[in-house]
Design a binder for this molecule. Structure first.
Ligand code: GDP
Ligand code: MG
Length: 297
């Protein structure tokens, strides 16, 4: 009864922080990831989202950001984790900004080339260009690297070029039976996603002030029929950082909490009571055991 041959494979989206990876994944998945309620599953990857369209299934893999200057334990781990993901997928998509090519991009590209995995470059945020032609020199520069099977200008935010991108990605996937049912959107637990939402709001409000220096640990997640009560710690390295996260008279922490609560309620379809604490743990980014507890391995 089944006509078309099934295609299925893993796609890693790489790129510097802020280049638009999360935005792209959300538009690819049409926000569906936010209403998932699947039990966690163990996979070989940090899996973020599953895009199934008829006979085609792309499994998008979350990769930790790659940063140059891997002096700290955490950075070393992130680089190692990203490098191993790249070698283990069917396609790598390097998301780049329209106007910059940095040392970090070059570092990412070195891992991609070493892996031999086919790669696309997606030039994001083209809506910010004054005219469309302005993307041509960017395409040209990337083409000269001779590293990419496709170079695709997109605007994740405006959904511009996203269908072309999805189809190009699907076309690169091997013939393979689907690994997930069509209605499954992620392998992550609600508890994990709730932590990610808190982290997102933290980074949104404090991104430049606390790059990679804060982590979120969900201490408890009690799901009732119509109320979910969540206790989470925001772990920082110093009393100074703690003051920044809390803000004047608690204003920062309050807005982080209410932004997060709203999104978690949307995801769960239930009322949420979210309790946030800020805790200081000096040098935690260099502490292996602690990193493992927070899921960095
Ligand atoms: P990530 O760190 O790579 O996951 O980046 P995010 O997806 O969090 O996006 C970082 C910022 O860039 C957010 O403020 C997004 O709204 C913005 N952004 C993402 N894609 C686009 C785009 O296509 N156009 C514009 N103008 N902004 C975008
Ligand atoms: Mg992101």
């Amino acid at each position: 009864m089944n006509g078309a041959t099934q295609r299925c494979g893993y796609v890693a989206i790489l790129g510097r922080p802020n280049v638009g990876k999360s935005t792209l994944l959300n538009v690819v998945l049409r926000q569906k990831i936010s209403i998932t309620s699947r039990k966690p599953q163990t996979t070989r990857h940090n899996l973020l989202g599953i895009d199934t369209d008829g006979a085609r299934q792309a499994i998008y893999v979350d990769t930790p950001g790659i940063h140059s200057g891997a002096s700290r334990e955490m950075n070393r781990r992130m680089v190692r984790a990203a490098a191993s993901v790249v070698a283990d997928v069917d396609l790598v998509v390097m998301l780049v900004d329209r106007d910059r090519w940095t040392d970090e991009d070059a570092l990412v590209l070195r891992y991609v080339q070493r892996s031999g995995t086919p790669a696309f470059a997606a030039i994001n945020k083209i809506d910010l260009l004054r005219e469309r032609e302005a993307v041509l020199p960017v395409i040209d520069r990337l083409a000269r690297l001779e590293a990419f099977a496709e170079i695709l200008p997109i605007s994740a935010l405006k959904r511009d070029g996203v269908e072309v991108f999805r189809n190009a990605a699907f076309a690169r996937l091997p013939e393979h039976a689907h690994l997930f049912p069509p209605d499954q959107l992620t392998d992550r637990s609600e508890r994990f996603l709730a932590g990610e939402i808190v982290r997102e709001k933290l980074v949104r409000r404090l991104g430049d002030e606390l790059p990679h220096r804060a982590a979120v640990v969900i201490e408890s997640f009690d799901a009732g029929a119509d109320l979910v009560e969540i206790r989470a710690d925001i772990v920082v390295e110093s009393a100074g950082q703690k003051r920044i996260v809390i803000g004047r008279e608690g204003s920062k922490l309050k807005s982080i909490g209410s932004d997060a609560r709203r999104d978690i309620e949307k995801m769960l379809g239930r009322k949420v009571m979210l309790h946030l604490w800020v805790k200081v743990r000096s040098g935690w980014t260099d502490d292996r055991a602690h990193l493992e507890r927070m899921g960095y391995d």
